[in-house]
Design a protein around this ligand. Sequence first.
Ligand SMILES: *[C@@H]1O[C@H](CO)[C@@H](O)[C@H](O)[C@H]1NC(C)=O
Ligand SMILES: *[C@@H]1O[C@H](CO)[C@@H](O)[C@H](O)[C@H]1NC(C)=O
Ligand SMILES: *[C@@H]1O[C@H](CO)[C@@H](O)[C@H](O)[C@H]1NC(C)=O
Ligand SMILES: *[C@@H]1O[C@H](CO)[C@@H](O)[C@H](O)[C@H]1NC(C)=O
Length: 419
Amino acid sequence: MTRSRLFCLLVVLVSVFMILFIIVYWDNVGTANFNIHASFSKSLPARLSEGQPTFVPTLENDVVSDVDEFLDSFLSLGTTKGFLQSTKTEKLQLRGSSSLEEIVRGYDWSTKTKLDDGVLDQEVQEERKLILRNFCANSSFNFPTKERSFDDIPNRELDHLIVDDRHGIIYCYVPKVACTNWKRAMIVLSESLLDKNGIPYQDPLQIPREDVHNSSSHLTFNKFWRRYGKFSKHMMKIKLKKYTKFIFVRDPFVRLISAFRSKFELENEDFYRSFAVPILTRYSNRTNVPTSVGEAFSSGTKPSFSQFIQYLLDEKTEEQRPFNEHWRQINRLCHPCQINYDFIGKLESLDEDAALLLRQLNLDSLFQFPPSYRNKTASSWEEDWFSKIPLSWRQKLYKLYEADFVLFGYPKPHNLFRV
Ligand SMILES: *[C@@H]1O[C@H](CO)[C@@H](O)[C@H](O)[C@H]1NC(C)=O
Ligand SMILES: *[C@@H]1O[C@H](CO)[C@@H](O)[C@H](O)[C@H]1NC(C)=O
Ligand SMILES: *[C@@H]1O[C@H](CO)[C@@H](O)[C@H](O)[C@H]1NC(C)=O
Ligand SMILES: *[C@@H]1O[C@H](CO)[C@@H](O)[C@H](O)[C@H]1NC(C)=O
């Protein structure tokens, strides 16, 4: 009796084991075979093999070529001559083709930058990185998601990291921080988008604005899963280790004002429907909120800045869906405590920072970042925007964005907190 039961148990266990074995086996066969790809091992450069795994499973042909491309880009780092030949030619006639939004935001590629090299300061970079590292390591400074490891970041939250394998560059884009221009640059650098003749764009200005912001124009980390399957995090980590990673940040409150102005003060059908309608419905006393932006604007219906802040502070907002990228905290977009950025640029010093970054990437002779409009944000201007916001809301709003202030070295705007 007990013996036959034991036997049954054994049969069941063996069957379960066999099934698991088959699943695992099929999974491996289905997604990868573990041969070392000959050309891969041959082309493995010495500096990569040090401390790196010496084999990478080949998944499918396009992955293999991608791995080769990936290695090529190490070998060719710094040898970027020949790309962007059009830089020197007359191309900087943007006014006619740029969108209203770009003009309002002052993105203007039409004037030449005159830079004083003496202003460029590597020490500033070291200081920014030191501040960031210290606060990431400081256990009495906390914010949500601070302690999770890179492996624990969900794939969908890696969608802001744009990879350029040709030059070995990773850029984490932050909306409202000159990201349109850096995305244009990344498309040209990585040749990730073809024009209608099938040739990669060489002139950042020729890329239509909607293509610049279309995610299919960029190779982002969240797409690695489709290419590399379960090795995707591994590939990300290799690239994070080898590539130059940069980010541009901005004073968090000024970024919010900028987001509000470009998404709610200009006619924008998508933002009107997705965000202005819920804001007006929840926080204004209107019974029937217009359904289209045209109707709303002609009747003078727009959310106020204060209703926008109310929306950000309302717990219901984040319960329904994560903050839109235009007002999502930079630390949630770019994971600065999990990714060791090599370069932290600031919008407040965009011209100097962009020039220094391009020099460090050896791209300065080929590529010039368009100068920013410098309406140095006076603190009085910020005060005006916040003048109708109750003090208690300002304090809550600071709490909500505190990590961005602290990590990127922006002092608390004390002028907004005087009673
Ligand atoms: C750590 O963070 C806390 C809270 O922000 C701060 O008061 C403290 O000075 C920091 N410590 C160091 C060593 O930076
Ligand atoms: C983004 O680009 C892809 C491929 O070119 C295209 O199929 C898609 O319609 C574009 N999406 C938008 C929103 O324009
Ligand atoms: C909205 O209406 C309610 C009652 O109808 C009133 O108590 C409240 O003060 C109004 N709010 C605003 C912002 O006008
Ligand atoms: C520039 O700043 C001034 C105040 O410093 C402000 O009145 C003006 O509206 C700003 N212009 C733009 C385009 O933001």
